[in-house]
Every structure is written in structure tokens, then in C-alpha cells.
Design a protein around this ligand. Structure first.
Ligand SMILES: Cc1ncc(COP(=O)(O)O)c(C=O)c1O
Length: 432
């Protein structure tokens, strides 16, 4: 097999069949949505105090079931996790000039939620094994202005929460966990999202469980829960009836989940354990088989009680050992019919908003204003581990997912081995 001509050079690929898509929607979700449609009550919210303020029956059931699953005191649903993160930052009372430590390697909403309230995102670097924030780097970024940390459990891998919470407690910081990619992932036997002060989950269509769109925030703190509920539902007109003295950041929008989405999410939550088990099983098989491929290493868990839930299957790529530049390797593997990808996202601070320090229509607020001067804070080079992952060291795929099988995992390994066995032919062909 490995001596055969590479797909990229016109040979037959390892795999010529498209892999099956993941579709977790079944009869249960269809029945649940039809029942909502039959009821005529497609959304249950009104911006008035009283029962309607908390959402329709499906939304409230979902929140109760979410709390029961995660062992949380409060769940607050939203139309997306982006909205939930914005509400969380608002609830923590972040304001102009406040610093929030964030990850540079994540979906943008885990950072822009800070900017929305005039706060300053301060980027800490990643821990090279997990691609989650490195506690030592977090500590280096703390100043008297630091108010909170947004942790991302990237790809489904749990961040080092004990160290992070120890730092946060010492410096009186609030910790928000972005668990979009790690629903029911565990750190030392505890669900991620339940360790910090607020945890957030996404139900967008790419996630392990989905409702089309949607997000759920969990917390033990009833004040934070109420403030998130106010922000999702025009809090400005009801704050008095809740007796809130500090009304800062309680003005809201309409970021509510619909009843159809909640009905789908309730059914999906029942499937989460099974879908995660399938991911973990495939990842364990891939981990074992990757030992046959020098230069490509799977992510290794730091502790037996940690649970990676493999939203994405990430690997460390060592160009010197593999003998091919990463982009050429990925291109050649893709030509073998395997959906490998490189890098993930550009480090967020390299995006134009940070490079130009331009978020709003006038001036450089919040980055440079009477409240703060973040000059130089977003220069290239500030997070070397992140930049190395982005530029050279990270490859990944949406591999470890139902309904893929060990046969598909074998195709990944076969394609890696075939490309590596033919690397000199490939390099020579590319040189002409
Ligand atoms: C790490 C992370 N945070 C936040 C989000 C935002 O979630 P949503 O699409 O529900 O707004 C995503 C979604 O891709 C994500 O992956």
C-alpha cells in the first residue's frame, strides 16, 4: 500500500468514498418539535416580571434537566453560546478598563464578549500539550486591573482547572469556562463548566449535541444567574421589580432560546453520553495506531481522571521527524481522501480588530482610551506557543465522531504512512 503512487501525484487515493456525515437528529427530536408546533407556543418569554420572564415550558424544562445533568444550581439558556458569554461578562460587571485574561486560540466570541462591555482582553499563552491556557502564563498577565479569566476547554480537552482556580482565588478573579467544545468533558472527575464561577455550552449545529443554535450557561451563584437572565431579556425594564441596586450592565437584548430549540436540546442532552463514548472509543483507537507514525503525536491526558471528549482530534506535528512541511503533508493526506486540517484559527490578537485597535466607530476604545492604554498588547510574538501551534505544530480533524468506525481511523493512519513513505518523491515533484 505505502509504495503506491500518492493521490496528490495522480495515484489512487487511500479512500475514495466520502465519509458519512454526523446527523444526531432522529424521530425523538421530530416528535418533540411537532408537539411544540401543535401547542402554538413557540416562545414563552415576555419582558415583564412574573412567570413568563423565565421562558416557556420547554426552555424551563431544558434548564432544569441541564442543571440536573451537570449538578448545577442554575442553568440559563440563550440563542447561542456567543450570547451566553456576552451575558456572563456583563453579569460579572466587566466595564471600561477592566482586564479579562483570555485564550488567543479559540472561537472569537470567547474574546469579543469582553470588548462588548469595554473590557480589555489580555491574551495569555497556551500549554503546549493541551492547547488550553497555561496557568503560569495566566499568572504572568495578572495586574491590579484584572477581573476575570475566560478558560476554553479547546477541542474537548480539559484545562488545568486546579491550578487556574488556585490562581483565581488568590487574586479574587471570576472564572468563566467556555465548554462549547467539551460538553461533559471532565477535569479530575468533575465536569468542566462546574469548576469555575460560570460555565457555558454551545448547541450550534457543529457541536456534539445541537439544537440548530443555542447556548446554556450554568452557575452556582444566584446573583450571576439573575443578571444573565436580565441581560437575555431586556433587563432594563424589570430591574426594579427584582430589587437590584447595582443596575450596571443589566440592560439587555433579546437573546432567548425558542421553544423548538429547547425541545430539540432536551432530546439531544439524552444522547450526549452515547455520542461522547463513540468519540472517546475512536480516539483511543487512533491514539494507539498513531504510535506507528513517528513525528505525529496524539494529545495525552495529564491525569487518569481527566476526560477528553474529542470535539476535534488534535495532533502535534513534528516537521523535522515527518520530513515534510506541514502544509504539504496536509495537502497530500487530503488528496488521499482524508479530511485532515492544519492550524485551527489564527491567534485572535492578530485579527484586524486588535491590530488596528478598532472596535467601535470612533476612536480606539476600549483598547486605548481614558480608561486604559493597551499599546503593544497585541503584537506578534506575545504568545509563542500559540503561534508555533498555528504556524507549524498542530494538525487536526473531525475524525472521532459517530458514525465513523475503526475502518475510517485505519484510513487516516494508512494515508499518513503512505504520504510519509513517499515523501522524497513528493518533495522532488514539488521542487520542479
Ligand atoms: C470555543 C467556542 N466558544 C464559543 C463558541 C460560540 O458558540 P455559538 O456558535 O453557540 O455562539 C464556539 C462555537 O463555535 C466555540 O467553539
Amino acid at each position: 500500500m505505502s509504495e503506491e503512487k500518492l493521490g496528490i501525484l495522480g495515484g489512487s487515493p487511500v479512500n475514495s468514498e466520502p465519509w458519512p456525515e454526523t446527523n444526531t437528529i432522529g424521530d425523538e427530536e421530530k416528535k418533540a418539535v411537532l408537539a411544540v408546533l401543535d401547542s402554538g407556543l413557540l416562545s414563552g418569554f415576555r419582558a415583564v416580571p412574573g412567570e413568563d420572564f423565565w421562558g416557556g415550558p420547554q426552555v424551563r424544562e431544558l434548564e432544569a434537566e441541564w442543571s440536573a445533568y451537570f449538578g448545577a444550581s442554575h442553568s440559563v439558556s440563550f440563542n447561542s453560546l456567543t450570547s451566553g458569554l456576552f451575558a456572563a461578562i456583563g453579569a460579572v460587571r466587566i466595564g471600561p478598563g477592566d482586564e479579562v485574561i483570555v485564550s488567543p486560540y479559540t472561537m472569537a466570541a470567547s474574546v469579543t464578549c469582553v470588548v462588548a462591555y469595554g473590557g480589555i482582553p489580555v491574551f495569555a499563552d497556551l500549554e503546549p500539550e493541551s492547547y488550553c491556557l497555561d496557568p503560569a502564563s495566566i499568572e504572568e498577565q495578572i495586574t491590579p486591573r484584572t477581573k476575570a479569566i475566560v478558560i476554553v476547554h479547546l477541542f474537548g480537552y480539559p484545562a488545568d482547572m486546579d491550578s487556574i482556580m488556585e490562581i483565581a482565588t488568590r487574586h479574587h478573579l471570576t472564572v468563566i469556562e467556555d465548554c462549547a467544545q467539551a460538553p461533559a468533558g471532565e477535569y479530575r472527575g468533575r465536569y468542566v463548566g462546574t469548576i469555575g464561577h460560570i460555565g457555558g455550552f454551545s448547541l450550534n449545529r457543529h457541536k456534539t449535541i445541537q439544537a440548530g443554535e443555542g447556548g446554556v450557561m450554568i452557575t452556582e451563584d444566584s446573583d450571576l444567574a439573575l443578571r444573565m437572565q436580565l441581560i437575555r431579556n431586556h433587563g432594563e425594564v424589570v430591574v426594579e421589580s427584582f430589587g437590584l441596586e447595582d443596575v450596571a450592565n443589566t440592560f439587555g437584548g433579546n437573546t432567548r432560546m425558542t421553544e423548538m430549540e429547547a425541545a430539540v436540546a432536551r432530546e439531544q442532552l439524552k444522547k450526549l453520553d452515547g455520542l461522547n463514548s463513540a468519540r472517546i472509543g475512536l480516539a483511543a483507537y487512533l491514539d494507539r495506531r498513531l504510535s506507528e507514525v513517528p513525528g505525529i503525536e496524539p494529545q495525552r491526558l495529564q491525569h487518569v481522571n481527566d476526560k477528553h471528549v474529542y470535539y476535534l482530534y488534535a495532533m502535534h506535528y513534528d516537521e523535522n521527524v515527518v520530513g515534510l512541511p506541514r502544509d504539504l503533508f496536509v495537502e497530500a493526506v487530503r488528496a488521499e481522501g482524508v479530511e485532515l486540517r492544519q492550524a485551527y484559527v489564527r491567534p485572535i490578537y492578530l485579527e484586524p480588530m486588535f491590530q488596528q485597535k478598532r472596535a467601535f466607530s470612533k476612536g480606539n476604545f476600549p483598547f486605548i482610551s481614558e480608561f486604559h492604554n493597551a499599546k503593544g498588547a497585541y503584537d506578534k510574538g506575545i504568545c509563542p506557543v500559540t503561534e508555533a501551534a498555528y504556524e507549524r505544530e498542530l494538525i487536526f480533524g473531525n475524525f472521532a465522531r459517530w458514525p465513523l468506525t475503526k475502518g475510517h481511523m485505519d484510513q487516516i493512519i494508512n494515508s499518513f504512512q503512505k504520504v510519509i513513505a513517499n515523501r522524497n518523491v513528493l518533495l522532488a515533484a514539488k521542487a520542479v
